[in-house]
Every structure is written in structure tokens, then in C-alpha cells.
Write a protein that binds this ligand. Sequence first.
Ligand SMILES: NC(=O)c1ccc[n+]([C@@H]2O[C@H](COP(=O)([O-])OP(=O)(O)OC[C@H]3O[C@@H](n4cnc5c(N)ncnc54)[C@H](O)[C@@H]3O)[C@@H](O)[C@H]2O)c1
Length: 316
Amino acid sequence: MTDVRRVLVTGGAGYIGSHTCKHLAENSIECIVYDNLSTGHQHNVKWGPLVIGDINDSKCLEETFTRYKPDAVIHFAALAYVGESVTHPAEYYTNNVAGTLNILSEMAKASINKFVFSSTCATYGMPQKLPICETTPQHPINPYGASKLMVERVLQDYAHAYGLRYAALRYFNACGADPAGELAEEHYPETHLIPRCLMAAAGKIPGVDVYGDDYPTPDGTCIRDYIHVSDLAIGHVSALKSIVDKNINLRLNLGTGKGTSVLEILKGIKRSIDRDVPHSIQRGREGDPHTLFADVSAARDTIGFVTKFSDLDTII
Ligand SMILES: NC(=O)c1ccc[n+]([C@@H]2O[C@H](COP(=O)([O-])OP(=O)(O)OC[C@H]3O[C@@H](n4cnc5c(N)ncnc54)[C@H](O)[C@@H]3O)[C@@H](O)[C@H]2O)c1
């Protein structure tokens, strides 16, 4: 990737952003983290300078672009709690949509036209067919998913009108942590299933709720596509390389193509660390699709994406 040496990483103090910074550094790409530390952590910023700033702060963004002159932006900064997006949609649209428009406008002023965006499988809503491929209709069922789909549409229109080069990466369930132990998943509150199960197994929380055990799945519990965060990090660098080298725009699923049920995770934890996960079965949540997993052939074929860390034992 000859003409990308320095990248501005918004949300680089967060979970997926920090893992991606590590992988950028391993590929000799400098990263400047731009983060308001609302959910991220200063101690995650180890591979370049940190600018403490908000994506809605045009002046701070402008100064940062002028000072560091990045060649591209990888944009992770967002609010990402589905339930909270239902009760506080204004915050989600302001942060996730208006904030992104602000970055794009400051990028245009600074003549930067390469952009990698954190989208999500939540843009698909309740898909009618599995596996989910990139042409599956996108009908998000909550403001979080809607905010990400709005940005995807903006990117498509900006690419057409202004020559923006972008990759919108629709992640499935991010999980795991840096195999070298330099980074972890650290959300407060933690809502993701695997860290909650591990917290329960370690006695840090009383137990986990399993929502539904009578779905039409082999063991009755919900199935999701769990992808290791280090694989996501690799996917970002590969996508950036592809949009630059091939001068194309990308909309890609990043998952494993394999579904894992909640009970399989509990069994995997027992197998890996010989601990039981205290849990109680609750009624299934309204609007929760029982099965989601990705078709990942497009990512494989266009950016050579192959997962290396996403088997359940490594994740745990
Ligand atoms: N974790 C998942 O399973 C998952 C799945 C699909 C998509 N995503 C998307 O991936 C991205 C990263 O998710 P994550 O799990 O690493 O979340 P995270 O909360 O760990 O990271 C988000 C980072 O963005 C920062 N941030 C938030 N709003 C900001 C603002 N206005 N200005 C500057 N910085 C701001 C936070 O401080 C944090 O460091 C998000 O866009 C999320 O929507 C995550």
C-alpha cells in the first residue's frame, strides 16, 4: 500500500479500534488515535499519539488533520448499545450519523478521500434468508442499526459525487482479545455474551441470562456468528489496502460464516477453562432473530479475508 503511511483512527481507544491500531503498526502504518474516551481507555493507545477530541468537534478535527496529515481515516467512534439506541435515539443519530458527516466534511477540506467505516450486521435486521450476504435487504429494526445504514448510504452518494474511496465493513459479533495479552475487551457495562459468561464463570457477576431455549435451532438457543477481534483488525487493513490499490469501494460482511449457539459457548467455556457458567433461562427477547450468520465469500474473494483466530477455544 504505497500511498498510505499514516491513518487517523477514530475510536482507536476502544475495543476493535485498539486492536486495529496494533495491526496497523505491525504493518508499518502509523496511527493517530482520535477519541473522546467516552467508552474507550487511554491505556489502549500504545501505537501512536492520542488526540482527545470528539468527532462532532469540527475545529479539533481540522487541527488534527492539519497537524498530522493522515492519508486515510478508519472510523470506529460510535455509540453501540442497541437497547440504549431505542431509548436515546437522538444521541445515536447525533453521534453516529452527524458525527460521521462532520468527519467526512473535514476530510474533504483536508483533501483526504480514503475511509474505512465500522458498519454492522444490525443493518440487516431480521433477514429472511441465511446465510446473510451483502445483497440481503437491509431493514434495521433499531436506531443503532438505522444510524449505521444511513452512513452507508451517505458513503455511497459521496463516492459517486465526490470520489470518496470507502469500505463499509459489516461486522458480526466481535469477541476475543489480543492473543499476546496487550489488549482486552473492556466495556462498562459489558453487554457482550462471551465476556459476561467469563465474568460469571470467575464469580464476578452472579450469572448470565440466556434469552430463549425454545427457538427452532438445534439446542433451542440463539445462534450468532462470533468473529475474533484480531481477525477484524486484519480485515480492516486488508480492506484499506484494497480500496487504495484497486481504487474500488467495498461493502463487506466480516464474520466467520459459522453460527454458534449460546449453549455451545457455555460448553466451550467448560471445555477450555473447566468452569461452569451459572446461567438462567429467560423468555426470548422480542425482535431477536434466532439465527444470524454471514456469507463471507465476498470478503474472501475481494480482500483475501480468511479468519485465523476465530475458533471458539481461541476466542475464549
Ligand atoms: N463490538 C461489536 O460486536 C461490534 C459489532 C458491529 C459493529 N461494531 C462497531 O464497531 C465500532 C467499535 O466498536 P467497539 O466494540 O470497539 O466499541 P467501543 O465502545 O469499545 O469503541 C468505541 C470508541 O469510540 C469512542 N467514541 C465514541 N463516541 C465518540 C465521539 N463522539 N468522538 C470521539 N470518540 C468517540 C469511544 O470512546 C470508544 O473508544 C463501533 O462503530 C460499533 O458500532 C461493533
